[in-house]
Design a protein around this ligand. Structure first.
Ligand code: UDP
Length: 238
């Protein structure tokens, strides 16, 4: 499948159209940003590690009955996906308080939540992704109540699958972000699941192995992403 023209270039990925209107190519780049794009950098191999981690996780989810936009890898950093109608909602699943959860509410960093917390934000950088409730999401026409309920159920199921999978690999999953879309009339998981979109802590040391290394200058980002790749996709190091 060949790229035709560029559809959209985001902070870390570029999306290309293909000869088939139902298929897109997601190119995982080495660039990354934080704090609404204020902080930027390039990290060699970041796109490669994130693409391979995302591929593995999409396959894991598909095996467990979750529908995703994933089709196949076209190269080390290019993924063929279904063209879905994007739902402009960022779905954040939290198991342990961190990041904005501790800035906005009286939770301690590292506090284990009694049950997973789902937060849905309106995907709009110019408004700094304001938090939604169901009525606002419906009033904005982002999704129906039935779709929001299905997204919530699916996000919780993904959380259970991912938590167990990462735990076996010595990784704690405090929180992560999902995006969904519509493929014909069904809701499918879109975007990526990688070190850019998850918080991942080493089970033994508690060290961050995710974008927080970049956000808060905690050390060598390439080494952190490589360590996650070593545990999640060991086959790429053979
Ligand atoms: N996240 C993301 N994209 C965003 C916002 C958040 O992938 O635009 C992820 C982030 O990496 C973390 C989780 O969602 O794993 C929760 O992020 P939080 O709300 O704490 O925001 P942060 O403080 O990380 O900016």
């Amino acid at each position: 499948m060949k790229k035709t023209d560029e559809l959209y270039s985001g902070k870390a990925k570029t999306i290309y159209r293909t000869e088939d209107p139902n298929l897109l190519i997601m190119d995982f780049r080495d660039s990354l940003t934080a704090f609404d794009g204020e902080k930027r950098s390039e990290v060699p191999k970041k796109g490669y590690y994130n693409a391979r981690i995302s591929k593995k996780i999409f396959e894991l989810l598909e095996e467990n009955g979750i529908k995703t936009h994933y089709r196949e890898m076209l190269s080390d950093h290019e993924m063929l996906v279904d063209a879905v109608q994007i739902i402009l909602v960022e779905v954040i699943v939290r198991n342990i308080a961190a990041g904005s959860m501790t800035r906005k509410y009286p939770f301690e960093e590292g506090q284990v939540l009694n049950e997973p917390v789902i937060v849905m934000d309106y995907k709009d950088d110019s408004r700094h992704d304001p938090m939604l409730n169901e009525d606002i999401a419906v009033a904005l026409g982002l999704a129906t109540r039935a779709e929001l309920a299905e997204i919530r159920r699916t996000a919780l199921k993904i959380n259970e699958i991912l938590k167990a999978y990462l735990d076996e690999r010595g990784l704690i999953l405090p929180d992560f972000k999902l995006e969904f879309g519509r493929r014909n009339s069904e809701i499918v998981l879109g975007d990526e699941i990688s070190c850019d979109t998850c918080r991942l802590w080493d089970k033994k040391t508690g060290d961050s192995l995710d974008k927080d290394v970049f956000r808060f200058d905690k050390g060598d980002l390439a080494a952190a992403y490589r360590e996650v790749a070593r545990r999640v996709v060991p086959e790429i190091f053979d």
